[in-house]
Design a protein around this ligand. Structure first.
Ligand SMILES: [Zn+2]
Length: 603
């Protein structure tokens, strides 16, 4: 007995010691953000590391933000980087690459890193600070420990005195003009944008989940209508999966003069939208489509994801072949959900689908770059467009949406209306996210698609995913009892084949379309178009060219880098097509039934 007490006592001492060792080894992180002079666009940022036992510490700042596949070099905005210990003694540090700092801690248990970060790029993937509000995308502002990249802690935000509200999906407590925010891990910090200002807030429930809209920047939106439309979208999207994984969700909306875009997050999204385009209804649909798109990402990519997209390496490009699935499927469903929700008419939806398919037909790059390559190379191509991108690259959003439609039609037809692309998403969600807790590989996605299309997709992949074969869209439309008419755009008009911008009275070429008359004649980007057959161009190039005939050869006077040149151009006709998709009266009754099931608005 005594021996047992002795052993137990030693074991107790061991446990105490073990706990002590554990608590010693566990560093504690506190990030803080201040905005003392918001009009200067500088955030003052700190990372305080307590309980440090390392002699040398590496900290890093992300170079990119998930969902936006471009190395943005956030560290370029960092100034006045300093490190101190708890006694205020300055500690030395050295940058060892563009986004990493090595700190000589020299036994200091508490280390305070401070810097200022310039924030004046208004987008959903950067940080912005002005007199109006502060928008924080965590990847653009915060440091992480290189050897524990996912470590969380606490974030303290001290708002500028004129800002009274803070919106974020992270749980937070307000104390006066400051907020204490719980950071479960660094990924969630990066994945939870923060808006600080005097935003309009609208709370509502949808699919049983509390949602909030936080809007800045003014505009002609109708709050009540927006809430009711978004509720409907949330409900229709949740219905696809059967349940909603969020216990709260935040829409941050930044209204601006002309920017448009969104970024998806786990429990929130940031949307940027032109403030006067909430009216008329046609342009308002663009806002609802954007909201539907980003909301759908809470499943498709935040939870259902390619295996390469998590955990993230914030210091390097994260490559995947599958953005055509991530963004293509989401782009297919965004407008389709508006139809399912009854917010868009059948005809309007068929017109949107026609535009997506026509994009693939009309974009020269669609016959050059396969969707898988466009996904992989997005870091250097789609996100770094130049004057030749239209000829060399394809959008995995728009062509991806057309391919998603083709797969949906194939599944519906081959399963005799029993299944649809919805089943593929449900399967990916349940099997890979819920059961296995991981992403899927290229092969696993293909196997899943084959299971529901009930067919071998080797040729489909060779043609449309790894290849650039022109889409056989009539075949897939007919599976849902749809007919299509293709007509040449502007059949009577003369076609030249450039995009231009006006600089004063000067017309400057910005893009030359591959194989167009201008391309074949050697018109270059940056050429100033001065005259045709000795007649001076006025500001409207296209109008002037209509005085000539298709197939007529004309003399175009250009100024190229200040030197005049005469270039002979044989004018042509526009090769681009417009599509009209409509129900085919001659479709079989089965096809008509598949169409009805696909196009109907749901309860
Ligand atoms: Zn997207």
């Amino acid at each position: 007995m005594q021996r047992f007490i002795h052993t137990a006592f030693i074991f107790f001492l061991f446990l105490m010691n073990f706990q002590q060792i554990m608590s010693q080894s566990e560093a504690k992180l506190t990030w803080s953000v201040q905005m003392p002079e918001p009009y200067t666009h500088y955030f003052t940022v700190k990372l305080i590391i307590e309980n440090n036992h390392a002699d040398s510490l590496k900290v890093q700042m992300p170079v990119w933000t998930p969902g936006s596949y471009l190395v943005r070099e956030y560290a370029k905005n960092v100034e006045n980087f300093q490190v101190k210990n708890s006694q205020g003694k300055v500690l030395s540090f050295k940058k060892y690459n563009k986004n990493s700092w090595q700190i000589a801690a020299n036994g200091s248990e508490k280390i305070e890193i401070s810097y200022q970060s310039y924030a004046y790029e208004l987008s959903v993937r950067t940080c912005f600070l002005s007199d109006e509000y502060a928008y924080i995308n965590g990847a653009g502002l915060f440091l992480y420990l290189a050897d524990q990249p996912s470590k969380g802690g606490t974030l303290l935000v001290e708002a500028a005195p004129q800002f009274k509200k803070l919106s974020t999906a992270l749980s937070h407590k307000q104390k006066g003009n400051s907020w204490e925010i719980a950071v479960p891990d660094f990924d969630t910090l990066v994945d939870s944008p923060i808006l600080v200002g005097n935003q309009e807030l609208m709370d509502f429930k949808a699919a049983g989940v509390p949602h909030q809209l936080a809007i800045v920047g003014g505009g002609n939106y109708d709050s009540a209508r927006m809430v009711s439309n978004i509720q409907r979208i949330v409900e229709v999207e949740t219905k696809l999966f059967g349940s909603n994984p969020c216990n709260h969700y935040l829409f941050i909306v930044l209204n601006t003069e002309s920017s448009y875009g969104g970024l998806e997050h786990l429990f929130s999204t940031s949307l940027i939208y032109p403030r006067w385009r909430y009216k008329p209804d046609g342009t308002y649909m663009k806002f609802l489509g954007l909201a539907a798109h980003e909301y759908f990402h809470l499943w498709n990519v935040k939870r259902i994801r390619p295996i390469e997209l998590g955990p993230f390496d914030y210091s390097n490009e994260n490559y995947t072949d599958l953005l055509w699935q991530v963004e293509g499927f989401t782009s297919y469903y965004d407008d389709y959900f508006l139809r399912r929700a009854g917010l868009m008419s059948e005809d309007a939806y068929l017109a949107v689908l026609a535009e997506n398919i026509a994009y693939a037909l009309n974009t020269p790059g669609s016959l050059v770059e396969p969707l898988a390559d466009a996904s992989f190379d997005t870091w250097i191509k789609f996100y770094r467009k130049n004057e030749n991108s239209v000829n060399a690259n394809v959008s995995y959003y728009v062509k991806g949406a057309a391919v998603a439609f083709m797969l949906d039609a194939l599944i519906r037809a081959n399963s005799e209306g029993k299944n649809s692309l919805d089943d593929v998403l449900r399967h990916l969600y349940q099997h890979y996210y819920q059961e296995l807790g991981r992403g899927f590989t290229d092969a696993e996605l293909k196997t899943t698609l084959e299971k529901f299309t009930q067919t071998n997709l080797d040729q489909f992949y060779a043609d449309y995913i790894y290849g650039t074969k022109a889409l056989d869209y009539p075949k897939y439309l007919s599976m849902l009892g749809l007919a299509v008419e293709a007509e040449t755009m502007d059949p009577d008009k003369v076609y030249f084949g450039v995009n231009t911008k006006n600089e004063g009275d000067n017309i400057i070429v910005t893009e030359v379309f591959k194989d167009s008359p201008a391309w074949k004649a050697g018109i270059n980007v940056n050429d100033e178009l001065i005259a045709v057959n000795d007649y001076r161009f006025k500001s409207n190039l296209s109008e002037m060219l209509q005085n000539f005939a298709q197939n007529e050869t004309v003399n175009v006077l250009v100024s190229r880098d200040g030197i005049l040149q005469n270039i002979k151009v044989t004018l042509g006709s526009n090769p681009r097509v417009k599509l009209k998709i409509f129900p085919d009266q001659n479709a079989t009754s089965a096809q008509k039934a598949y169409f009805q099931d696909w196009i109907k608005a749901v309860d």
